[in-house]
Design a binder for this molecule. Structure first.
Ligand code: PHE
Length: 342
């Protein structure tokens, strides 16, 4: 048997190397059991001390104590190294994992279209106003010069609010906001009025019971039809491109005189005629006209003093043209596969 001191030194070397390689709590425990437990290798050497010649005892005892201390220190430092590692492992992201996809929200195409319309008109000095969706008969019809028996007042078109008074409707257009703005302001007036409207229509690819309009109103001294045409042509060019043509077709609204329907040259075929413009070469985008003097009387403006123009367009219709959408119902189904495309 080699001298005990050699065994002590050999064990120390071997155990120190082993401690440096410990990599997990399990391995550390195996190390402790092997070297430092009550029946471990160090304890076994202590056991043999009693058989050692008396004169060698002090020296070997001292060496054994040093061995135990040294291995305990190695063991403790290996343990704290392992704990530190597992903490780092928890905190550092695993860079080999596939990336997580982030879904960015988008504005609804109608919101985007309304924002674009607002941008164009606010850019030339128009402000923005709004009014109630539940409107009274006076603002939705009467003050807009609708005669009592006008067909637009019919149950066929209008949703009435059942409160027994028979006075309230879901507004059928945003034109009532014109009245509200003029009641509360003196000319000059330059506003657009975006909002939701309702009509009792059979639902189809082209019509829905709920939709959105943007109304416009300009009142001042000496406002002319030429200014109406200039403003609308400018708007159409901003929205559909500088090459787009506009055309004003005589029409009728109770609250404007003269009235017109505005067409743009078909943006799909350039006016040659195609399926989308029904081979007319033109697409209708809004109604407009000079404010009827009777409307001014309702809001106590003097028609001899001021004049003005008004216009109204459907946001759905504009969005359908802009994005080539062929069914209005798509806007309200909230199918993410549709909405994601804008
Ligand atoms: N209110 C009309 C409609 O809903 C549009 C319009 C607004 C026409 C303003 C002329 C002036 O069809």
């Amino acid at each position: 048997m080699p001298p005990m001191i050699d065994e002590i030194l050999k064990l120390k070397e071997e155990a120190t190397v082993a401690a440096g390689r410990l990599n997990s709590a399990d391995e550390a425990e195996t190390f402790r059991l092997k070297y430092l437990s009550r029946k471990g290798l160090v304890a076994q050497l202590f056991e043999r001390l009693k058989d050692v010649p008396k004169e060698e005892k002090p020296q070997l005892g001292k060496s054994l104590n040093e061995l135990r201390k040294s291995l305990e220190t190695e063991f403790e430092s290996a343990k704290s190294r392992i704990e530190g590692q597992s903490k780092v492992r928890e905190e550092v992201p695993d860079l080999s994992l596939p990336g997580r996809k982030r879904y960015v929200g988008k504005m609804h195409p109608l919101t985007q279209t309304a924002a674009e319309i607002k941008r164009i008109f606010t850019g030339i000095g128009f402000g923005i106003a709004d009014g109630p969706e539940i409107e009274d008969d006076y603002h939705n019809f009467e003050a807009l010069n609708f005669p009592p028996d006008h067909p637009a007042r019919d149950m066929q078109d209008t949703f009435f609010v059942s409160d027994d008074s028979g006075k309230f409707v879901l507004r059928t257009h945003t034109s009532g906001v014109q009245i509200r703005v003029m009641e509360n302001n003196k000319p000059p007036i330059r506003v657009i009025m975006p909002g939701r409207c309702y009509r009792n229509e059979a639902i189809s690819a082209r019509a829905y019971c709920m939709f959105h309009q943007v109304e416009g109103l300009y009142v001042d001294k000496n406002v002319s039809l030429a200014e109406l045409k200039g403003t609308i042509s400018y708007f159409a060019k901003e929205l559909f491109g500088s090459e787009v043509k506009t055309r004003f077709r005589p029409s009728f609204f109770p609250f404007t005189e003269p009235s017109a329907e505005v067409d743009i040259g078909c943006i799909f075929c350039g006016g040659k005629g195609c399926r989308l413009c029904k081979y007319a070469g033109w697409l209708e985008i809004m109604g407009c006209g000079m404010v009827d003097p009777n409307v001014f009387k309702f809001v106590r403006y003097d028609p001899a003093e001021v004049s003005g123009f008004a216009f109204g367009m459907g946001i759905e219709r504009i969005a359908m043209l802009k994005y080539s959408i062929d069914d209005i119902r798509l806007f309200f189904e909230n199918d993410i596969r549709f909405l994601n495309q804008f």
